[in-house]
Design a protein around this ligand. Structure first.
Ligand SMILES: [Zn+2]
Ligand SMILES: [Zn+2]
Ligand SMILES: [Zn+2]
Length: 276
């Protein structure tokens, strides 16, 4: 399984769009891995988790080919995970030309679909000609065209909607890609404990701060890992990644790396590829 982090920041980006705080200033000066776009994960090049507002930059500056994406799995309706305006640019042949084009499949919760439906730029041509929408249900598994299965689990985030994250399985490896969640809800934890996890990616919005509602920081990440490890759900050689950072964490990439060195966690950066 090939996993590629397209972006690793929270909604405001890192450095943040309008921000002049010390962390953003240091991140701008240092550049490199400290420049983080909003989050998205490419799975085997043809399935995508989340559709952030930075897809255009990812295509133009990083050579990501979104025309190859056949399935999109959205975690929740927040703007850093779903850019409805750019999603409708998939409409061919006006905005894109793809040989033998067929509708793509987009999975999202009800609130995300509502956002999409409210944004109808071309009323006479609805989007169902080029993308089919499935409204996700918790604990249900959906198979992408590339054969990879995605199971949608409840997150502790945005209580007004069914925010969630995904377990990704290809028959050989099991990956958990969890962003925009506080410490996992009980039912989610119970489900994860039935798995044998090769890869775990955790929300680390708060960096070193000990907060665990809505998002997590490193101390909460450690508690998740400990609980899954004690339950035998995490393989001994599992890859553990922290991601979805904001300037509020106060740390640059290398400082985050030092913070979790003893834990053996990897600090994600934009473009990072993990092969399982
Ligand atoms: Zn987010
Ligand atoms: Zn800042
Ligand atoms: Zn969110």
């Amino acid at each position: 399984m090939k996993l590629q982090y397209l972006g690793t920041a929270a909604a405001e980006g890192f450095p943040a769009l309008f921000c002049e705080c010390d962390t953003c200033r240091r991140a701008r000066e240092a550049g490199g891995k400290n420049l983080r776009m909003r989050t998205g994960l490419l799975v085997n090049d043809t399935a995508l988790i989340d559709f952030p507002p930075d897809v255009m930059a990812m295509m133009q500056y990083r050579g990501i080919r979104f025309s190859a994406v056949r399935d999109i799995f959205v975690s929740h309706s927040h703007s850093d995970h779903l850019d409805v305006e750019d999603l409708v640019m998939r409409r061919g042949p006006v905005f894109c030309v793809i040989e033998n084009d067929r509708p793509i499949h987009v999975h999202m919760n009800a609130m995300s679909k509502q956002r999409l439906d409210e944004y109808i730029p071309y009323e006479r041509e609805p989007y169902d000609g080029y993308m089919r929408i499935t409204v996700n249900e918790y604990f249900k598994t959906y198979e992408a065209e590339n054969g990879v299965r995605f199971t949608f689990l409840p997150a502790d985030h945005a209580p007004k909607e069914q925010a969630g994250f995904y377990v990704i399985e290809d028959g050989e490896k099991t990956a958990v890609y969890a962003n925009d969640t506080g410490f996992f809800p009980e039912e989610t934890m119970a489900y994860l404990k039935t798995l044998s996890i090769d890869f775990l990616s955790l929300d680390c919005t708060y960096g070193p701060r000990d907060l665990d509602r809505g998002h997590m920081g490193i101390p909460a990440n450690r508690r998740v890992v400990k609980e899954l490890r004690e339950a035998g759900a995490l393989k001994a050689d599992a890859t553990i990644v922290i991601h979805h950072f904001t300037h509020n964490c106060g740390l640059l990439h290398e400082e985050l790396e030092r913070e979790v060195e003893k834990d053996g966690f990897l600090v994600s950066y934009d473009g990072m590829i993990v092969e399982l």
